[in-house]
Design a protein around this ligand. Structure first.
Ligand SMILES: [Zn+2]
Length: 389
């Protein structure tokens, strides 16, 4: 790989012919068309997020004469260069020069490039950037890209995989799952956390179809000319969720829907009954983990551990312990009612508070409440045995 250091290229030259594609959220070209700013394997432009603080900071640095860091180009031919590292900074410069955003001046006024004084404009346009231009095999370049790419907003896992497996498949997959203009995104957001720009819908789609082996799946499908399987599987999961659960609750976002689909999609559910059950559980003050409600219902309303039912507080437990132990001592029997009716050495054992756990006399699932009337203390062994039934 050949690497050349260039220090004579100005912001004016870099941004010559700059075009920003709103739809894809990408800066496209520079250097009079010779430079591709965001090649396929680069992530979308994200410096405009967060109120644009990052892109404003780039312009602020240039105006103050601070360096904005090294930029790396990949030289494909004499007429064709790609930005390997620095695409977010270059896109910030290009967007500013084309009046896509304003910065605050020293008097806190918003100022667009076209409204700036000539000397300030010149200062920006004539700033020289420090650029490494490298030339080599695709594999070498990609390997190197992985090494140098430690930007201030690190690439997340899916962005890195998109870079490594760039090709027809990733391009098609991104146009479906990473396109913030896709009208399905609102529907998907009910069940999936994240944003299209940061590749989180794509990541989920790949995770589901690959049963968690995203890397292998991308490698195997890298040169596919379609994403039919990926789309079909993703839509099956989404349609299944919305078919079973007619309610959309915020706790549904980010659940392991791929796994739930695999486990339960062959069972049949009555959406009306499911909805009534969900509503009832949402109204139950003893459930402390609402995110567990969906898996609980899918599994036939058996595994109450998923719901993290509210337990008795310490004051109730201590009070019950004291009454129970005093009565037992009088009778000469164990303070664990289940030990007391047994025939082994524990039948008259008085357990200490720490050797016992609280138990619902009438189970939560049968309408039992977590109040003092429904509380009994059992030795740990008996409590565990009862819990497992
Ligand atoms: Zn016991």
């Amino acid at each position: 790989m050949i690497v050349k250091l260039k220090t004579d290229i100005t912001v004016r030259q870099i941004c010559d012919g700059f075009v920003y594609n709103e739809l894809e959220g990408k800066g496209l070209f520079g250097l009079s068309g010779k430079l591709t700013i965001q090649p396929e394997y680069q992530r979308n432009y994200i410096y405009a997020h967060d109120g644009g603080k990052k892109e404003m900071a780039v312009i602020g640095s240039v105006l103050k004469g601070y360096p904005i860091g090294l930029i790396h180009f990949n030289k494909i031919s004499d007429e064709n260069l790609e930005v390997l590292d620095g695409q977010q900074r270059i896109t910030s410069l290009g967007r500013f020069l084309t009046d896509k955003f304003a910065i605050k001046d020293e008097n806190e006024n918003m100022q667009y490039f076209s409204g700036m004084s000539k000397d300030k404009q010149r200062k920006i346009l004539e700033t020289r950037l420090t650029i490494y231009e490298c030339e080599g095999e695709e594999s070498e370049i990609k390997e190197w890209f992985k090494t140098i790419n430690i930007p201030s907003v690190p690439l997340n896992n899916q962005e890195t995989l998109n870079a490594i497996y760039s090709g027809a498949f990733v391009t098609l997959a991104k146009s479906e799952f990473s396109n913030s203009q896709n009208t399905n995104i609102q529907k998907w957001s009910a069940y999936i956390k994240g944003s299209a720009n940061r590749q989180e819908f794509l990541e989920r789609a790949l995770d589901w179809v690959s049963k968690g082996n995203i890397d292998d799946y991308m490698s195997a499908h890298r040169h596919d000319k379609n994403i039919n399987e990926l789309k079909r599987y993703f839509n099956s999961v989404i349609d299944w969720i919305s078919g079973v659960f007619s309610d959309v609750k915020s706790e549904m976002r980010g659940l392991k829907w791929g796994e739930l689909y695999e486990t339960y999609h062959k069972k049949s559910y009555n959406p009306e009954k499911v909805s009534a059950e969900v509503q009832k559980l949402y109204a139950d003050p003893y459930i402390t983990n609402r995110r567990g409600i969906f898996e609980y219902v899918l599994g036939g309303s058996i595994d109450t551990k998923l719901l993290e039912i509210r337990v008795f507080d310490e004051a109730i437990k201590k009070s019950v312990y004291i009454t129970q132990s005093a009565n037992s001592k009088k009778k000469g029997k164990s303070n664990c009612p289940l030990c007391a009716i047994g025939h082994d050495a524990n039948k008259n054992k008085i357990w200490s508070f720490n050797e016992m756990d609280a138990d619902h006399v009438s189970a939560w699932s049968k309408g039992g409440k977590s109040n003092i009337k429904n509380c009994q203390m059992l030795c740990k062994t008996h409590n565990r045995a009862k819990g497992n039934r």
